[in-house]
Design a protein around this ligand. Structure first.
Ligand code: NI
Length: 183
């Protein structure tokens, strides 16, 4: 189980939706190979991604990790969002090296592409947040997002019943989002 999930305020102030402040990232493994099938690998991804975010002063708002991809929502530092490629590259480089060492496969390509979208409204933010936490259901892993341990779902909604209700009833909005997710 992933413990020690940081807590974030669930009501993100509207002023955060200034240009370039909040991003959704999706990244997948090369050829959709399930390199993160093991719990340990999912934990390693989370630990590494957190470290990379911290290094570049980005704040992780929400995350979900599956066997061959992940989705996260991030807040850029006040200065600018230009360090995002560095953040992702750093996480991918470190995890690739670690997993290739473990599997004795030097130089193997682990990660494929990543996609980022700037979130510009609170409505879009909530729809994407719901999409992210419902992702294990979409991928057929669980019936209820709360039964999937590798996301920020639990802590995120732990003490905000209003948002939880919205979260559970807003699944229709997911259909209109254009998020690469054929994994
Ligand atoms: Ni997905």
């Amino acid at each position: 189980m992933i413990e020690n999930i940081f807590k974030t305020p669930t009501h993100t102030p509207a002023h955060l939706f200034r240009a370039g402040a909040i991003y959704m990232i999706t990244a997948s493994t090369y050829k959709k190979i399930p390199h993160m099938k093991d719990d340990t690998r999912k934990e390693q991804w989370l630990r590494t991604f957190r470290k990379a975010a911290e290094t570049h002063a980005w704040k992780i708002i929400a995350w979900v990790v599956l066997d061959n991809h992940y989705h996260t929502i991030l807040q850029a530092p006040e200065s600018s969002a230009e360090t995002l490629p560095k953040l992702v590259a750093s996480c991918h480089k470190f995890t690739a090296r670690q997993w290739n060492d473990e599997d004795n496969q030097n130089g193997r390509k682990i990660w494929w592409n990543y996609w980022d979208t700037c979130i510009r409204s609170e409505k879009d933010y909530l729809a994407r947040l719901n999409y992210l936490h419902w992702n294990p259901v979409k991928h057929g892993l669980v019936d209820d997002p709360k039964n999937y341990p590798y996301s920020s779902c639990h802590k995120f909604f732990a003490d905000d019943l209003e948002v939880t209700t919205q979260f559970e009833t807003d699944t229709q909005a997911h259909a209109t989002l254009e998020i690469p997710d054929d994994f």
